[in-house]
Ligand binder design. Sequence first.
Ligand code: KIV
Length: 271
Amino acid sequence: MNTFKDLPKITTHVLQAMKQRGEKIAMLTGYDYSMARLLDEAGIDVILVGDSASNVMAGHKTTLPITLDQMIYHASSVMRAVDRALVVVDLPFGSYQGNSKEALSTAIRIMKESGANAIKLEGGKEVLESIDRILSAGIPVLGHLGLTPQSINKFGTYVVRATEKEEAEKLKDDARLLEDAGCFGIVLEKIPAALAGEVAREVEIPVIGIGAGNEVDGQVLVLHDMLGLQQEFSPRFLRRYNNLHDSIIRSFDAYIKDVKSADFPNENEQY
Ligand code: KIV
């Protein structure tokens, strides 16, 4: 029987080859050692240490408050767990927009201090100088277009993006720019499926979708959402593979009851 340890280590070249042979790429977010071990054991291709940690790990309303030190903490915890998956880390808000030198030093800190394999950042033309500089240091870059949560204050809502021709054309231009710059892939978030499919067919690098339909080269979801750890966030694109919220609450209820009734610990559970 094959185990996950027999599977090839995922590199950006492996992802490229997967696209070429039409094999879909499975990506999930991960922020801590224990979950990253499970993700790697299950054979996930890519773990994204997303700045969604700001929401699901720290309880912030947006991805903006998370700091570089906090991203490095999450990324190093994930790296200690992973043998096979490619680990990509988000550059946090404010650490790369408008200053390509700062972008490079942020990326270098992440790579040096966490041992991650690649970084991701949001945006197209407007962050191209940062992307160029990071790539020239030999750091693989994953782009992110469409709904870019770090720009929430500019857009004001998390609705589907690029539904109008002008925004769709800009997104296609940006995707070509990212490919030409040398990004190894692009995340497309919450855009019409037909547009995402068009981009995926046009560029040669892998396109990973979240709320971007099925005509792309792979999918990513936020771990806590797909496991059903919380129930408030229910966008149409989210498929829940578990209901950990209810399952965990049931375990906590049972524990509380056992402690209160002095049923726990019993004779076999003590020294
Ligand atoms: O931070 C994140 O989790 C992400 C995904 C939604 C793609 O960027």
